[in-house]
Design a protein around this ligand. Structure first.
Ligand SMILES: *Cc1c(COP(=O)(O)O)cnc(C)c1O
Length: 361
């Protein structure tokens, strides 16, 4: 019997998500040693996690299943966030897991995705047979078009996916706009994956709006993207339902202790966050000086540059051949842009050298 007979009918319509590849795989593809690659394509903290995080994993009881109730992790996160109780926190296998959970808990016909956006919203919507409606930001500055969003909600979108600061454009939402969106007749997801780098958190609005869900992650600020820890902040009742339908052991033992160690040692990590923010400024200055890459203002640990005079796609390719990895998006609204993560000073230096080499190529 042919297995294809048993597949879901929409299987051919599902697009594959194109995630960034790990360094060793890329090194092999490009033909350079891993140590020569400059990884500015996935907004990771290139300073890595503090030693205390590695120590916590070394001491963990890996032969025992994790706590499905996430007791200590939820307490630690509530303490870290400040204005929520542990009952308002749900941990996940990265923020991606929480996006999927919210969709599976609600299963609306349609959701609104404010674009350009992080690709997982539409990807996971389609996997769950939910139709994503794209609501474009304004082309000039990628600001939110509230009226267009309201029209999508009026048209039946029951979840709104918004990111602040936004990936890949870098701009944060003013809290007053978040408030206006929360007053719409929809579940409002504010993805704050980059909130440690800038922008104003919507967390204080949780006390006012039970239709607000905030997503956060340890992947970008804490240097543990590889461990996959994210969390949702929401109404306690909604949190209870998410806890009820999640994979019981979605946060594994190593991820659990590492995330808690990161919170405990947040002052040390904050130094690397400050360094990355400073380096974002230096990168903007040096790259802009070349004259053909124009930065958008960023509150995150990356910058979206508009590329002039040459195809952005070829710039990304030319950098890659030199071992410098940046993000190019094959979609019309971002055809002339590349996104570059902020790294360490030596990463910026390699980037600038490689860009200059492209000028003479
Ligand atoms: C990177 C990113 C995430 C993914 O977070 P994980 O916790 O690593 O799954 C979520 N949202 C946005 C906007 C991101 O850029």
């Amino acid at each position: 019997m042919d297995y294809r007979r048993f597949l879901r009918e929409d299987i051919d319509a599902l697009e594959e998500y194109a995630p960034v590849k790990p360094l060793d795989v890329l090194a092999e593809e490009i033909g350079l040693p891993v140590g020569q690659l400059v990884k500015l394509d996935a907004n990771e903290n290139l300073y890595g996690a503090p030693a205390a995080v590695y120590d916590a994993i070394a001491d963990a009881d890996l032969h025992i299943y994790p706590d499905p109730g996430q007791t200590h992790l939820r307490e630690a996160i509530a303490d870290y966030v400040g204005c929520v109780t542990p009952e308002q926190v749900v941990g996940g296998t990265g923020a991606d897991d929480l996006i999927d959970l919210v969709l599976r808990l609600t299963l609306p016909e349609k959701v609104a995705v404010v674009t350009p956006a992080f690709g997982m919203y539409s990807f996971l919507a389609k996997i769950n047979r939910v139709q994503p409606i794209e609501v474009p930001r304004r082309p000039a500055d990628f600001s939110l078009d509230i009226d267009a969003l309201r029209a999508a909600v009026d048209d039946g979108a029951r979840i709104v996916f918004l990111t602040s600061p936004n990936n890949p454009t870098g701009n944060a939402l003013p809290l007053e706009q978040v408030r206006a969106v929360c007053e719409m007749d929809a579940l409002v997801i504010i993805d704050e994956a980059y909130i440690e780098f800038g922008g104003e958190s919507a967390a204080p609005l949780l006390a006012e709006f039970s239709n607000l869900v905030i997503l956060r992650t340890f992947s970008k600020w804490a240097g543990i993207a590889g461990l996959r820890v994210g969390y949702a902040l929401c109404d306690p009742g909604f949190a209870k339902l998410m806890m009820a339908i999640k994979q019981p052991y979605n946060v594994n033992v190593a991820a659990d202790v590492a995330a808690r160690a990161a919170i405990e040692h947040r002052a040390e990590i904050a130094e690397t966050v400050r360094a990355l923010i400073a380096e974002r400024g230096r990168m903007v200055r040096l790259v802009s000086e070349l004259g053909w890459l124009h930065p958008l203002p960023s509150d995150a640990n990356f910058v979206l540059f508009k590329v002039e005079a040459r195809p952005a796609k070829l710039v990304a390719k030319g950098l890659r051949q030199q071992g410098v990895l940046v993000r190019y998006y094959d979609r019309p609204d971002l055809a002339n842009y590349i996104r570059i993560s902020a790294g360490r000073p030596e990463d910026t230096d390699r980037l600038v050298t490689a860009l200059k080499k492209l000028e003479t190529a």
